[in-house]
Design a protein around this ligand. Structure first.
Ligand code: SAH
Length: 345
């Protein structure tokens, strides 16, 4: 059993099963999820025999820093973590005016196959446990000594393809007994797994749902994202509209601009047509070229023209700042490089 993936109630039940009083569960939960302890030894207000028993029967999931890189341009930090089973995941720490943000991975690898993305090149290895998603944030918070106020699930993996663990993670991240991060400061990004978008809406979280749209016609989208063979843009728009109706939260469209593929005036016009009825925010991402594919970034003028066209038509749009460009570009590249170096020792 992964004790750090248990929510507060489940932990209470588990400790009751060991004959412990409820206040012990509160103490233990606080050590794991607020004080961010990385071992049972640290938990000095728990009796020594309980700590011993826990460390024998319930190993504590703690990620190890395998590599840490800091951008000289903007202070962005990228972390490569080693999981208890020897797999690697990456996470990013970014400082913004409105607070610090952590971008986490939700899976080891990914099976969605988006053509421009480095995370999916070797397919899916496994899902991450709630504890492994949480601990990316916990370790970063501990290492930097800084408060994390925003979390984006935009690293490696498709969160909706690890749905149960994602939901448990979201509850624990925003729970008052834990880090208590405001739901409004959490964003989950999906390539558009329609049934899961409906399910998520039913939870009525106040989180932001970001849809990786990247194209405005089914034909074009299929060329960039295999998932477009399963769900059409029409189905996606209905799912977005339902999410907005159920939660009152506006959807964000992510749109990676790929030179000569989806960056024309016509593309912008069609994107306006999709974004306007839903009052969407559009986040433009200049594509980050990976060496395994020959996609190129749109020129600066093209990007600005695209943005201006959207703005003139009343769409709320941002261009994603390319943070940490000097320390391994797109998601998944740090892990790929480490894997290329082979086994340790
Ligand atoms: N699986 C989720 C999270 C993935 S990463 C999703 O698809 O949304 C977050 C965003 O970065 C997605 O919009 C993804 O399509 C985009 N992305 C991935 N690789 C990229 C690259 N090389 N250049 C630009 N955007 C990229």
């Amino acid at each position: 059993m992964d004790i750090k993936s248990l929510d507060f109630l489940q932990l209470k039940e588990t400790l009751a099963g060991l004959g412990e009083k409820p206040f012990r569960a509160a103490q233990l939960y606080d050590w794991m999820h607020v004080k961010l302890a990385d071992s049972y030894e640290e938990m000095t207000n728990l009796p020594a025999n309980l700590r011993k028993r826990l460390s024998e029967e319930y190993p504590l999931t703690v990620l190890k820093v395998e590599r840490e890189q800091t951008s000289r341009i903007d202070g962005t930090k990228k972390f490569l973590f080693e999981l208890p089973d020897g797999n690697f995941v990456e996470s990013v720490f970014m400082r913004y005016k409105h607070g610090n943000s952590v971008c986490i991975s939700s899976q080891v690898g990914c099976r969605m196959g988006c053509r421009f993305c480095a995370s999916t090149l070797d397919g899916l290895e496994r899902n991450l446990m709630p504890s492994e998603m949480l601990d990316q944030i916990y370790r970063i918070s501990k290492i930097t000594g800084e408060r994390v106020s925003n979390v984006v699930v935009m690293g490696t993996g498709e969160p909706m393809d690890n749905y149960e663990n994602l939901i448990a993670f979201l509850h624990m991240l925003t729970d008052e007994h834990g880090l208590h991060i405001s739901q409004r400061n959490v964003t989950v990004s999906t390539c558009g797994i329609v049934p899961k978008m409906y399910e998520l809406a039913e939870h009525k979280f106040q989180i932001t749902l970001a849809l990786s749209l990247h194209a405005t016609t089914n034909e074009k989208r299929k060329k960039l994202m295999p998932i477009a063979n399963r769900y059409t843009i029409e189905e996606l728009m209905k799912a977005c509209s339902n999410y907005f109706d159920k939660t009152g939260r506006r959807i964000t469209f992510e749109y990676s601009l790929v030179g000569g593929v989806n960056d024309t005036e016509q593309d912008a016009k069609e994107l306006i047509g999709l974004a306007r009825p839903l009052c969407c925010h559009v986040n433009l991402i200049p594509v980050n070229p990976i060496k395994e594919r020959d996609y190129v970034q749109s020129g600066r003028q093209q990007i600005d023209a695209f943005k201006n066209k959207l703005e003139k038509n009343g769409i709320n749009v941002t261009i994603r700042r390319e943070m940490g460009r000097d320390i391994d570009g797109a998601c998944g590249q740090l892990r790929r490089r480490r894997l290329g170096e082979g086994k340790k020792g």
